[in-house]
Ligand binder design. Structure first.
Ligand code: CTP
Ligand code: MG
Length: 230
């Protein structure tokens, strides 16, 4: 039995604005996608499928160096990119993680906690952190409509873990909804599983699993790497 992971790395990185895919941005001499793969392997992942921007597969392979990964081309959005990797998973995978290349500094403990929870029998698992900011619902003109009770809210990270049939069924359902012209509202894989009626459980996430989205995030990642292991 194998613990496998899909690393969606096919985004364009528009908010980072480097003019090339974000997964190829470099932190401490290593591309984000390479760091993300290393974090997964350190946490117990045995087989990795990286999803590259179509046409950039060779560049992504080069950034991954000698790491043993399968690289497949992605799609226009993240849901499509994850779906594009499903057929490349090892047939004997009993756990599959989906982990953003952009969350390149995720500690191995988060990875192993997600794997353990799936192995304990939970079909869908997400790492979460507490929400630090006060949250308000706002209207069309930016006016505050209400203060949201933060106590029942959590910020969701990756890697998210699944038993493989659940992840496949979730993406199949998303495909069917799309084909029928319906909305696919979920922005993460667990959201697609929720749509199936699956109960998603949480494990503790970690602030270091933040997603590199903007130039500030990249500077923060660089600072963390040069400060050494925390
Ligand atoms: N992703 C992907 N395929 C897409 C879009 C996103 O594989 N079509 C991946 C990204 O590479 C990233 C993760 O999904 O690792 C999270 O997406 P996001 O942070 O939005 O990255 P980008 O889409 O690259 O950034 P932006 O939205 O700023 O363009
Ligand atoms: Mg995006």
């Amino acid at each position: 039995m194998t613990v496998a992971a899909i690393v969606p790395a096919a985004g364009r990185g528009e908010r980072l604005g480097l003019g090339r895919p974000k997964a190829l941005a470099v932190v401490g001499g290593l591309a984000l996608v390479a760091r993300a793969v290393d974090a997964l392997v350190a946490g117990g992942v045995e087989a990795v499928v990286v999803v590259a921007p179509p046409g950039d597969e060779d560049t992504v392979r080069a950034a991954l160096g000698s790491r043993r990964v399968v690289v497949v081309p992605g799609d226009d959005d993240r849901v499509g990119s994850v779906a594009a990797a499903l057929d490349a998973l090892p047939a004997d995978a009993d756990v599959v993680l989906v982990h953003d290349a952009a969350r390149c500094l995720c500690p191995p403990e988060v990875v192993s906690a997600v794997i353990d929870a799936v192995r304990a029998g939970h079909p869908a698992v997400v790492p979460v952190t507490a929400v630090a900011d006060t949250l308000k619902r706002t209207g069309a003109a930016g006016e505050v409509l209400a203060t949201v009770d933060r106590s029942g809210l959590a910020a969701v990270q990756t890697p998210q873990g699944f038993d493989p049939p659940t992840l496949r069924a979730a993406h199949q359902r998303a495909r069917e909804r799309r084909a029928a012209g319906g909305p696919v509202l979920a922005t993460d894989d667990a959201g697609l599983a929720e749509d199936l009626g699956v109960t998603v459980v949480t494990v503790p996430g970690d602030p270091r699993a933040f997603k590199v989205t903007t130039a500030l995030d990249l500077a923060m990642a660089e600072a963390l790497v040069s400060a050494g292991p925390a």
